[in-house]
Design a protein around this ligand. Structure first.
Ligand code: GTP
Ligand code: MG
Length: 444
């Protein structure tokens, strides 16, 4: 049965090398016009299987795959990850968690682990920057298993020390990881692939690992669905000469120029028409701004693409989009369901606010896991009304937790007079820890 490319998200702490890795993956294709060259999509990079066979060379052996390739999404940052949803879960079929070998686990690494667990997204770990290990002898784009053989005994030892330290930190966070070439059962351990996004070493191993996992564990999820296109909006942009455009990932079915689509908003779904489907030209031509896009009539999943639409009022990043027959199509109801927020509330509890549906649900999920009751929730900045409505229940409930949001000016003024405690953070678990600490101190 035909299957589509898995959508692969890259996550990790700031500066650990997410962008560099994607640059490297793309960079190897610049100037390469052969079949199997990597193509640049909107917000996504497609690596066809032919390219992966080439990159992996000897380490691939005689293995053959039916997975047609990998579609990487360029939305680094865990907040972007939580906002990119499909069918109420994560848009990503797979993820790469990037960890800097010198720094180990950092707050956003831990946050990423929490999020991957919440969404049950299978992932691998790219242990990045191996080239910075003292004495490391680099050869560009070589598989790690071959590169390692070339290192001096001392260098290897330092590398192993760093790696085991990180494996132990991961285990402290409930992730049982091991070097990918030492794992027998991939359902029991998370594969760790040492790489350098700078030299490209280990990148072939990473690609092979992702393809292998997709082939073995995701075949049903990736089975190609015919029929109306379904996707997720990455970004809404007004473009000169095109009007309202949406960058989106099509993860199922077919999209055609002229089709009617329903798109999620904070209110009722918006029904509009696709005026044009625009595909970026191959990488080496993307610099010419007048001629950046190819107009295509039809597109099949999975792909990243820019579409021009008649109207994009109220459309938010992460919104679901799907092809419908007309404004009365019953499947529009599914859009409403996908954009509705599902959070359990209690009669007594705190208020939570976040910047998007996904991030709000992530905060609610962690609050629930920590036994913190929620009375009220919402998307957007912390407002005066939030403050006024948070002074119910006992003192421990006079709290607003804001994830990735700010506090409005008029809300600030009310906070003091109503003795409301407002805590904001852009890391969910840190916010939960802040609350617990405050609770400990205020009830002591
Ligand atoms: P944010 O998008 O800010 O979260 O960071 P990021 O994870 O995308 O990191 P980025 O790719 O921008 O890399 C951060 C810095 O590390 C840059 O200066 C990179 O050149 C450097 N860097 C990334 N990967 C490697 C690597 O494998 N080796 C070395 N030596 N430097 C690297
Ligand atoms: Mg980056």
């Amino acid at each position: 049965m035909a299957i589509r490319q898995p959508v692969v998200s890259v996550l990790g702490h700031v500066d650990h090398g997410k962008t560099k890795l994607l640059d490297r993956i793309r960079g190897t294709a610049v100037g390469d016009r052969e079949a199997g060259a990597i193509t640049q999509h909107i917000g996504a990079t497609e690596v066809p299987i032919g390219r992966i066979y080439e990159m992996c060379g000897s380490i691939i052996g005689s293995k053959k795959f039916t997975v047609p390739g990998l579609l990487f999404i360029d939305t680094p940052g865990h907040q972007a990850f939580t906002s990119l949803r499909a069918r109420g879960g994560s848009l990503a079929d797979l993820a790469v968690l990037v960890i800097d070998i010198r720094e180990g686990l950092m707050p956003q690494t831990i946050e990423s682990i929490h999020i991957l667990r919440q969404y049950k997204t299978p992932f691998v770990i790219a242990l990045n920057k191996v080239d910075t290990i003292e004495g490391w002898n680099s050869t560009a784009d070589r598989p790690f298993v071959l590169s390692e053989k070339d290192q001096q005994a001392h260098t290897k030892e330092v590398f192993e020390q760093h790696m085991y330290e990180i494996i132990s930190q991961l285990s402290g966070n409930g992730v049982f990881a091991d070097r990918y070439d030492r794992i027998d059962d991939f359902t029991k351990a998370v594969a760790l692939i040492p790489i350098s996004a700078k030299t490209g070493e280990g990148v072939p191993d990473l690609m092979l690992m992702l393809i292998g996992l997709a082939q073995r564990f995701l075949e049903t999820r990736l089975t190609k669905e015919e029929g109306p296109g379904k996707g997720t909006v990455l970004e809404v942009k007004e473009v000169k000469g095109l009007g309202q455009t949406l960058d989106m990932i099509l993860y199922s079915g077919t999209l055609k120029t002229g089709a009617t689509v329903a798109i999620g908003t904070r209110g009722a779904p918006l029904v509009t028409r696709i005026k044009a489907i625009l595909k970026p030209k191959p990488l080496d031509e993307i610099r010419d701004p007048r001629d950046r896009f190819d107009n295509v009539k039809e597109l099949h999943a999975a792909a990243g693409v820019k579409i021009a639409v008649q109207d994009a009022t109220g459309v938010i990043a992460g919104a679901p989009i799907r092809v419908v027959k007309n404004a009365k199509d019953p499947s529009i109801q599914e859009i409403t369901e996908e954009t509705s927020i599902k959070i359990e509330t209690e009669e007594k509890g705190i208020t939570i606010k976040a910047d998007a549906i996904g991030s709000l649900e992530a905060l609610a999920y962690e609050a629930k896991a920590a036994g913190i009751p929620i009375r009220k929730y919402g998307i957007g900045e912390i407002t005066r009304r939030d403050v006024l409505e948070s002074s119910y229940g006992n003192d421990t409930h006079h709290v607003i937790l804001g994830f990735n949001v700010s506090t409005s000016k008029d809300a600030e003024a009310e906070i003091a007079t109503h003795s409301i405690k407002v805590m904001t953070n852009n890391i969910v678990y840190a916010l939960i820890d802040d609350y617990k600490l405050w609770l400990d101190e205020s009830t002591r």
